[in-house]
Design a protein. Sequence first.
Length: 345
Amino acid sequence: MAEVSMAQAGSRAPRRTPVVLLALGACLVAVLALGLCLGAVRVPPATVLNTLLGLDGPRQDFIILGSRLPRTLLAALTGASLGLSGAIIQSLLRNPLASPKIVGINSGAAFAVLLCAFLLPDAAARLTPFAAATGGVVAGSVVWLMAGRLALDATRLTLVGIAVGFVMEAGVEFLLVTQTGPEFSAPLVWLTGSLWGRGWTHLASVAPALGGLMALALLMSFRLDLQYLGPQRAAALGVRLGLERGLLLLIGVLLAALSVGVVGVVGFIGLMAPHIAARLVGGRHRALLPTAALVGAVLCAGADVAGRSLVPPIEISAGILTALFGAPFFIWLLLTESRRPGATR
């Protein structure tokens, strides 16, 4: 994926990883603190602290505890999930330009949300997270089945994912062109990757599942390294590559689908976070996965905080800001990789 070889990763990751993780953790805490202070109404840090300690009035309680705290925590949680999902998918596909989008998750979720608005207009806003998560999982499952199930091939999986994504995107464009009712207003906001209106209910609905999936992914980090051994050496070690690829792909799909379901299509985090992480700690997945998760959390939470504080009271969707930074990053990455054919993480 990055220009960091496995040999380099093995030599430097053990020394650098704790320092990098602590630094990223400090950055995340700083972003979360800014998220409580900044917005349409700016709140001084002392007032935020008093509110967290229960020493302020109901107005500050509503702004900080009822609105900003769950929203900022949700942005960090989903950003971490998207970063982790991107690292898993890039490793499985051995494609440095891969992301959750390449296995059809984003387009599947978007199509499901718009289809829900068309079929169930009265319940569209309420069902958006469920419809998006379902659409992402269904699209990922279709890709997995068409790519050969347990006999997964990275090239086939990539091509099938792109094909399924095109089909879903065609459905999205058809619905956007032919349907213009008011029931499509909430899905259109969701498509931009906005955390507007997200609260404790949304956080509670995904936190247990995302937390469990992230823990499982971190526990299986060593199994991702074994994917590079090849079928014969892996079989000699008792590793069932096909089965483990399927399980790891399922974890990556669920992480992205659940995140997209609750915050919308926040693009490029799954692409950027693994590359930034690889340049910080190398390519060993034991260090790479937690680093990618923290980078994703900082990126998503930072984009949300910036989006609601740059031109208050107008909010810029987090997905728009990540796209503004992610598109140049993708072009730079594409140019870098084109000069290094066959480069792997």
